[in-house]
Design a protein. Structure first.
Length: 228
């Protein structure tokens, strides 16, 4: 949870985003100010097309704002080289998506191991870390299973384990419960909340599902480009 003595992991200052189309432009984000702190789970609500995904890609430095400042881990994005940004995403950020993005040709264990190839982790350490995550999320039995044999809830647990393989301090989850049944979705939210509280990770979760509200530390609404 936010404290006055803790620096935010991520920060948006006066961020706006406009997309140019044929004979028109669309402003998706309007003068957004936002801070995310260690150990905090923030829920970002908003209808489809409200700009939630754009918000997340800008927050992660994957897309530049039209104006405003984006800070990650105490430093403005402009202060990072391209190589430093790539390393930052590989070693300190984790991403979870509604559609999981697991590689069908790889087992659960192999999907998790793949992430650590980009962080120069030794094979032995990577294997131990992957097994540890599978145990932590109660899916050790899926180590040698392929995504096509898994339930939707199992796929999402594997996806979260993969997102944390690099010990990510900032976890960005875009509609992670959208493909799940109600009980599965709530299990995933409880899991994310536990990661924030027990491990001090910073998590931002987007959704349009009001039932998630009680599990978040803060709830924000993005509508018509305005964050409130």
């Amino acid at each position: 949870m936010k404290t006055t003595s803790t620096e935010p992991v991520s920060r948006l200052i006066g961020v706006s985003k406009t997309f140019q189309g044929f004979n028109r432009e669309t402003q998706v984000l309007k003068d957004i100010n936002f801070e995310l702190y260690p150990g905090e789970l923030v829920l970002l609500l908003g209808p489809s097309g409200s700009g939630k995904s754009t918000f997340l890609t800008i927050l992660a430095g994957l897309q530049a704002p039209s104006c405003g400042e984006v800070w990650l881990f105490g430093k403005a994005l402009e202060g990072y080289t391209l190589a430093e940004l790539q390393q930052l995403r590989a070693s300190r950020l984790g991403f979870v998506f509604q559609t999981f993005h697991l590689i069908d040709a790889l087992t659960a264990l192999e999907n998790i191991l793949l992430v650590m190839k980009f962080t120069h982790t030794s094979k032995k350490s990577a294997y131990l870390r992957a097994k540890e995550l599978l145990d932590q999320f109660g899916i050790a039995y899926l180590a040698d299973a392929y995504p096509r044999t898994m339930s939707q809830g199992e796929k999402q647990r594997v996806a979260i384990a993969r997102a944390l393989a690099n010990n990510a301090q900032l976890l960005i989850a875009d509609e992670p419960t959208g493909s799940l049944a109600t009980d599965q979705g709530l299990q995933i939210v409880l899991l994310l909340s536990e990661l924030a509280k027990k491990e001090g990770r910073s998590i931002i979760l987007t959704s349009h599902d009001q039932r998630i509200v009680p599990y978040a530390d803060r709830v924000l609404l993005l509508q018509d480009g305005i964050l409130s």
